[in-house]
Design a binder for this molecule. Structure first.
Ligand code: CP3
Length: 345
């Protein structure tokens, strides 16, 4: 087992410097990723263990990050559930036949991740051989609300009108859909842990579209099921954006580490989460577009709000944008390590 500062911070143990990792650690801001994408589609890379391994390792060679995130995509499990999709250039994901009615939900299939997503599990083994303990590897899955929103909207949405119509109009069908997604997520994460990931993150990227009462009624029991099913085999992280109003509910749903975005000051967020849990965040990813001085001063502000408390993982509030200069990502990682090691008593 790796004894890293990232895993220690997840468990709220003291560390020598603040651990750091980013979502889209690999991605379009990196020339070596763009070069590979000229030859292969995103789905080709996800489905080919050697390519997924290479892309997972690209940022580890370049950036001072304390964890690697598995290169895959949130939507991969939709296909074996009976919802094929593709990524359309410039538009993002597109589900071929989105869920429109309760009958569509009853037609969904269950699948065995060890066969249907065997390529992901194989990639995990290869990545761990290559990493050889340098940094831990984070696996992940989509949370029921965010996955349901793609399955129902067919792609990205600004107001989640179809998703919420189904949720309010057919609550029983909604709960059947989320229960299926939650049991899939628990099985898939268990398979990833068995394959060797060191931590897992549950992505509920769009759950900030709900207020606390709806979160509690329509989402919390399902997300809770995932965290309960995994137990404490590895540290768990629970990520969302726009969640300032529901941080206490996210904590109740589960996760050793609760993700916080830039819309709420980190100290206020931590208060709402409770100091007996770790937090991850919370720089606005657009600050990486420049100038660096503003990115550094905002980083200082975040570290000041942490105030030396154990259990902070430095991260962005959402993923790195494609137009981000790679040098800024490198500078930020170095800055966090040196600034936080100076602050450590
Ligand atoms: O972070 C990493 O480096 C690990 C790999 C990763 C990807 N997707 C690869 C990817 C992770 C963790 C994800 C999660 C994911 N996928 C989420 C949750 C996180 C979030 O962004 O809130 C979501 C919602 C998806 C679905 C998805 N995949 C969307 C909406 C898009 C289009 C985004 C865009 O800007 O066009 C993708 C494409 C995708 N998945 C890219 C990457 C690196 C974009 C790069 C490419 O097209 O080559």
């Amino acid at each position: 087992m790796i004894n890293s500062r990232f895993l220690k911070a997840c468990r709220q143990e003291p560390v020598d410097a603040t651990p750091i990792w980013f979502m889209r650690q690999a991605g379009r801001y990196m020339p070596e990723y763009r070069a590979l994408r000229e030859q292969y589609s995103l789905l080709d890379i996800c489905r080919t263990p050697d390519l997924a391994t290479e892309v997972t390792l690209q940022p580890i060679r370049r950036l001072e990050v304390d964890a690697a995130i598995l290169f895959s995509d949130l939507l991969l499990p939709l296909e074996p559930m009976g919802l094929p999709f593709d990524f359309i250039k410039g538009e993002g994901p597109q589900i071929e036949r989105p869920i429109e009615s309760p009958a569509d939900i009853d037609r969904l299939r269950t699948f065995e991740p060890r066969t249907a997503l065997a390529h992901v599990l194989e990639a995990i083994g290869l990545i761990q051989q290559e990493l050889a303990g340098r940094v831990p590897l984070i696996g992940f899955v989509g949370a029921p609300f965010t996955l349901a929103s793609y399955a129902i909207e067919g792609g990205h949405s600004n107001n989640f009108a179809r998703t919420k119509s189904l949720m309010y109009g057919h609550p029983e069908a909604w709960h059947r859909l989320c229960a299926r997604l939650a049991s899939m997520a628990a099985d898939y994460l268990t398979a990833q842990i068995d394959a060797g990931v060191d931590a897992v993150q549950v992505f509920d990227s769009w759950v900030g579209a709900l207020g606390a009462a709806d979160y509690r009624e329509f989402v919390m029991p399902h997300t809770q099921h995932i965290f309960q099913a995994i137990g404490d085999r590895v540290p768990t992280l629970h990520f969302g954006t726009g969640t300032s109003a529901i941080l206490a509910e996210l904590r109740e749903a589960g996760g050793d580490v609760i993700g916080v975005d830039w819309r709420v000051p980190l100290d206020e967020a931590w208060q709402r989460v409770g100091h007996d849990r770790a937090v991850q965040g919370n720089l606005d990813p657009t600050l990486l577009l420049g100038p660096p001085q503003r990115m550094f001063s905002r980083t200082d502000d975040i570290l000041a709000r942490v105030a030396g408390r154990a259990g902070h993982v430095f991260n962005l509030g959402h993923g790195i944008l494609p137009s981000t200069p790679v040098e800024h990502v490198q500078m930020l990682a170095q800055y966090v390590h040196s600034a936080s090691s100076r602050q450590t008593p």
